[in-house]
Design a protein around this ligand. Structure first.
Ligand SMILES: C[S@@+](CC[C@H](N)C(=O)[O-])C[C@H]1O[C@@H](n2cnc3c(N)ncnc32)[C@H](O)[C@@H]1O
Length: 287
């Protein structure tokens, strides 16, 4: 779909509380499997602490997509957090076999594969999320203020996939302070962030950083929307805040796209070349 048509549609959906609620209700209704990117799941598994751990997934969305890897493969205490309830059990149940099949492609020990199958079967017998949570040691918390409320020094790891770019800019520092507080010393912070323009996805990703070609004013007046909010923060801004609140960076891998500075609007010219070209950032940090 055309970039501007999509932007307009999302803007109309953001018109008022009623249209937003209708949009979210409709987007929640999809009953089939949700896309889960196997490389993102394996990245998490490769970077989580060894042995059973207490893990928090931020922004778990419709099907707790990336907690599924830990739930099926590892013996963790899994906690899921979001700012609103987007969950759909039918979609969750339909996504489990997809993730199970993906995991079976991994070089896992036969005992572990059997465990994945057993856990998949347990979930298949559950009738709702509460039953899954009770059977598999999972909790789910919603907090509209965007800050997870758990005891201090509680988690061995905090993970998020495609979430940090959706945290409201004005809230980002307070949220980061919250993440730091509930992480135990030495705990790992693992975040994959989609820095690309999310509206471009509907336009075949022809210009993955298209918002940079428009002024802030055009963004605010025409392109921005609430129902698929994106903060447009740069990787450097996010990392700077994460460091400010106390996190130490272990590794940041950045995927770049081709966009020339000549295409970038004056409002964004202060950004470094790397920030302008960044479309994805994989952040590994610790407390
Ligand atoms: C693009 S979805 C990704 C969902 C899921 N991680 C996935 O990949 O399927 C972004 C998610 O971030 C959540 N989110 C927005 N602000 C947040 C915040 N401050 N803390 C945690 N999650 C937040 C949204 O509610 C939404 O579920």
């Amino acid at each position: 779909m055309n970039y501007y048509v999509t932007a307009l549609a999302l803007r109309l959906a953001s018109a008022n509380a009623l249209t937003k609620s209708a949009y979210w209700t409709l987007s929640k209704m999809k009953g089939g499997p949700r896309s889960v990117w196997h490389d993102r799941g394996t990245w998490l598994l490769a970077n989580l602490p060894e042995g059973p751990s207490r893990i928090l997934e931020l922004g778990t969305g419709w099907v707790h997509a990336y907690s599924l890897y830990q739930i099926l493969v590892r013996d963790d205490e899994v906690h899921c957090f979001d700012v609103m309830d987007r969950r759909n059990f039918k979609s969750f149940a339909a996504t489990i076999p997809v993730v199970c099949e993906q995991i079976q492609q991994m070089p896992l020990a036969p005992g572990l594969l059997e465990r994945v199958r057993q856990r998949t079967a347990i979930i298949a017998r559950c009738k709702d999320f509460d039953e899954v949570y009770a059977r598999l040691n999972i909790t789910f918390q919603i907090s509209e203020d965007g800050i997870p409320h758990y005891p201090e020094n509680h988690f061995d790891a905090i993970t998020s996939i495609d979430v940090l770019e959706h945290v409201e800019t004005s809230l980002f520092r307070a949220a980061a302070e919250g993440w730091y507080k509930i992480m135990r010393p030495g705990g790992r912070f693992l975040a994959q962030v989609g820095i690309a323009d999310h509206i471009s996805v509907y336009d075949g990703n022809r210009q993955p950083k298209r918002y940079l070609t428009h002024s802030h004013r055009t963004w605010d007046l025409l392109l921005n929307n609430d129902v698929q909010y994106c903060n447009r923060m740069t990787t450097s801004e996010m990392i700077s805040i994460l460091k400010d609140v106390g996190f130490e960076m272990d590794q940041v891998d950045i995927e770049l796209c081709d966009i020339s500075r000549a295409e970038v609007h004056a409002d964004y010219q202060w950004q470094s070349d790397e920030d302008i070209r960044a479309v994805r950032a994989d952040i590994r940090a610790h407390k």
